[in-house]
Design a protein around this ligand. Structure first.
Ligand code: C2E
Ligand code: CA
Ligand code: CA
Length: 400
């Protein structure tokens, strides 16, 4: 089974009108028929999608795959040649998914779904190409779908929790970064590095991110009533989709107001990619939140593609030196130079600077020698449950 989808057909339809779109589809159908034998089946599946079924491709799957690839390539090249639509030349290509089957072990719907998946692989491989369905691809997709369902359930069943990693300045704990943890009922702890990207893709990051903000604000409100903890700040990671949703600013303000927390204690960690996505909108939102005292830290600094011109325009408070540079600061002269440069850059832009991923006393000393006095990392503590964090604050800060 071959599933064909024209590349950029929508653009033609929208910019040059539906009649021209129809005219192209007719020509595509004709060329397609010319490529096939009498006993092959071809159908228009709807829109700009065609399905082809080839029969009797040999005795084994390998042979069938080879022969269908040959047929697929022939179609790709026949349909790639320029068209004449309404007296004007038009260029078109297509993306194709192929799945091989024998007998009727799968339902037609299953077959179509598989071929569709392969077609999407062809699209994401850059279009004008073909891809075969393979079962591993299916397994990966199913696993992701299952994790997404589990995440939804987990959110409803309070399986998520915040851990706190202390941030230290001149030897005192001045705050924490809140890091999300998922206690899965059957798979144990699942790392945010695994589920955050998926949550971002599926849109689940919106309810999840809202939950994180609410929980962080509630924590701040509780700390505000305890003498040793009242001055602590809390940094929350915000992902791009969450930040760019329309209601983000009111959502943050509602979380603060709902908990009765002080915005001056809340810091949002943003990434470079996020900031550059829609600079005007970003500046606007940051400005609105700043009016309530919120601070902004630029996470993973140095790993993205920040333009210094933008950096100057954004109302940031802090740069966070990425742990990748901190790790090799003593062994790799380039990383040492980058770390020093980030500190110098921050200083000249009037920003504070913090280093993450500090694991050894030697790394901490190097940073301090180079005027970076704020840090977080395993050297003091990994992210820990709240009770442990609070105990650590009492111990560390009363000693100073
Ligand atoms: P990140 O914001 O860069 O967080 C720092 C990561 O480094 C954390 O991993 C932390 O546990 C780890 N880490 C801290 N100190 C050290 C150290 O000394 N050495 C080493 N090797 N690692 C250290 P974690 O908790 O697994 O989080 C991974 C990423 O997941 C975070 O990277 C962040 O991008 C994302 N994330 C976590 N929580 C949230 C959240 O609530 N919302 C969003 N949007 N993203 C989150
Ligand atoms: Ca972070
Ligand atoms: Ca980071």
């Amino acid at each position: 089974m071959l599933l064909l989808d024209l590349d950029n057909f929508k653009t033609l339809n929208e910019t040059r009108g539906h009649e021209r779109g129809d005219a192209l589809l007719l020509q595509v159908a004709k060329r397609l028929r010319d490529c096939l034998h009498e006993d092959d089946t071809v159908a228009r599946q709807g829109g700009d999608e065609f399905v082809v079924v080839l029969e009797d491709l040999g005795d084994n799957p390998e042979e069938a795959a080879a022969r269908s690839e040959e047929a697929g390539q022939k179609i790709l090249s026949a349909l790639r040649a320029p068209y004449e639509v309404d007296g004007e030349a038009h260029h078109s290509s297509l993306s194709m998914g192929i799945s091989v089957f024998s007998g009727l072990r799968e339902t037609v719907d299953e077959l179509l779904q598989r071929t569709d998946l392969a077609m999407y692989q062809a699209k994401s491989a850059g279009r004008d190409t073909l891809r075969f369905y393979d079962p591993q691809m299916q397994a990966a997709v199913s696993a992701r779908a299952a994790m997404e369902l589990d995440m939804r359930a987990g959110l409803a069943q309070s399986q998520f929790e915040l851990y706190y990693q202390p941030q230290i300045e001149h030897g005192r704990i001045t705050g924490a970064e809140a890091l999300l943890r998922w206690r899965h009922p059957s798979n144990g702890f699942i790392s945010p590095a695994q589920f955050i990207p998926l949550a971002e893709e599926s849109g689940l990051i919106l309810p999840l991110g809202e939950w994180v903000l609410k929980s962080a604000c509630e924590r701040l409100a509780l700390w505000a009533q305890q003498p040793g903890l009242a001055a602590l700040s809390l940094a929350v990671n915000v992902s791009p989709r969450q930040f760019h949703q329309t209601g983000f600013v009111p959502q943050v303000l509602a979380a603060l107001a709902g908990a009765g927390a002080d915005g001056h204690r809340l810091k949002l960690e943003l990434t470079e990619g996020l900031l550059l996505e829609d600079v005007e909108d970003t500046i606007e939102k940051m400005g609105q939140l700043r009016a309530y005292g919120l601070g902004f830290s630029l996470d993973d600094f140095g790993t993205g593609y920040s333009s210094l011109a933008y950096l100057k325009r954004l109302p940031l408070d802090q740069l966070k030196i990425d742990q990748g540079f901190v790790r090799d600061v003593l062994t790799d002269p380039n990383d040492a130079a980058i770390a020093r440069t980030v500190v110098a850059l921050a200083t000249s832009l009037g920003l504070r600077v913090i280093a993450e991923g500090v694991e050894t006393e030697a790394q901490r000393e190097f940073l301090a020698r180079n005027h970076c006095h704020a840090w977080q990392g395993y050297l003091l503590s990994p992210p820990v449950p709240v009770a442990e964090f609070e105990a650590l604050v009492q111990r560390t800060n009363t000693a100073h």
